[in-house]
Design a binder for this molecule. Structure first.
Ligand code: ATP
Length: 289
């Protein structure tokens, strides 16, 4: 018996850092949404009490460092499951890209094993468990659009943003999320209008969403990776309505309403950037095929 679960990527429409907490985590406020670029995970029941990870992507660890492994281990321990599982990860989301690929795999593992092991855990409870694995896992449990606070685990779901095309472009080298946060100068932050973004989404105001795209981590990553600015400029010249770096980067995304413009942006980046994708917003808790 086996189960299939998709693990879609997320993008940040806003990312704000408020302060550094005594526990050393940063207090953040982020509006995030989900796009239909997804890893595909297969879960095979094993009678033997073990967790196996198989992935053919050389950047993805096949052991306990994998976030999917950690999600499976957490569920096994918490619910005293004696059966084992083999998790096959078909990686489509670029790694270390600011698209929460690892976190989404962990969330998909929760959802998949919830079904495989017949645990009947609610999404809200899985989201609480997710915070033990990583700050973005709780958001990824829902595959939706949300305002995330705290260190990212405090989730308020929002309606789907106005539908549009999203062009994602990932420069060759990834970045370490931890080092980006460490280099952020907290006294020198131009904060996004998070409340305005939430309002624009609630009103279905596409232009309002475009005007309020803002990520404070660009201040760290852009000077270190000039190609990120080059890609942003290229996207704008090719007709993007708005562009932003997602998460700690280096992936940049463009929003556009017309498919022909999305194609134009895609074509303009060929040869300039290897990993480019044209995708749709997934909206709120929509199922992937
Ligand atoms: P975030 O936006 O949440 O900071 P990211 O998109 O920048 O994440 P990931 O793709 O999640 O980064 O990968 C970051 C690191 O996590 C990788 O370098 C990899 O070694 C490790 N990792 C662990 N599990 C996974 C997984 N299932 N898929 C991808 N990377 C994983």
């Amino acid at each position: 018996m086996y189960i299939i679960e998709k693990a879609p990527a997320k993008i940040n429409l806003t990312l704000d850092v408020l302060y550094k907490r005594p526990d050393q985590y940063h207090e953040v406020e982020m509006v995030m949404t989900t796009v239909d670029l997804a890893d595909r995970l297969e879960f095979f029941l094993l009678e033997e009490d073990k967790i196996e990870i198989a992935s053919d992507n050389r950047f993805v660890p096949n052991d306990e460092r994998n976030l999917a492994y950690r999600a499976a281990k957490l569920l096994k321990d918490r619910y005293q499951i004696k059966q084992g599982v083999r998790i096959k990860i078909d990686k489509q989301i670029p790694v270390a890209a600011g698209l929460a690929g690892g976190s989404s795999d962990a969330a998909a593992t929760f959802r998949g094993l919830n079904r495989l092991w017949d645990l009947d855990i609610s999404l809200d409870d899985l989201a609480v468990l997710g915070a033990e694995i990583g700050s973005d896992v709780s958001f990824c449990v829902y595959n939706s659009t949300a305002l995330a606070k705290g260190r990212g685990e405090n989730i308020t779901e929002l309606p789907a943003p106005p539908q549009c095309w999203v062009v994602l472009a990932k420069p060759v080298q990834g970045v370490s999320t931890q080092s980006v946060y460490q280099s952020l100068k907290l006294n020198d932050i131009e904060h996004p209008d998070t409340e305005g973004m939430v309002h624009a989404i609630q009103e279905g105001d596409y232009q309002g969403v475009c005007h309020r795209l803002k990520n404070v981590l660009e201040a760290v990553t852009l000077p270190k990776k000039p190609e990120v600015t080059q890609i942003k400029n290229q996207m704008l010249q090719s007709g993007a309505d708005a562009v932003l770096m997602s998460g700690s980067g280096p992936t940049v995304f463009a929003l556009v309403q017309q498919e022909t413009r999305a194609d134009r942006i895609y074509n303009s980046l060929r040869g300039f950037c290897d990993e480019v994708y044209v995708v749709r917003l997934l909206g709120s808790q929509q199922k992937l095929d």
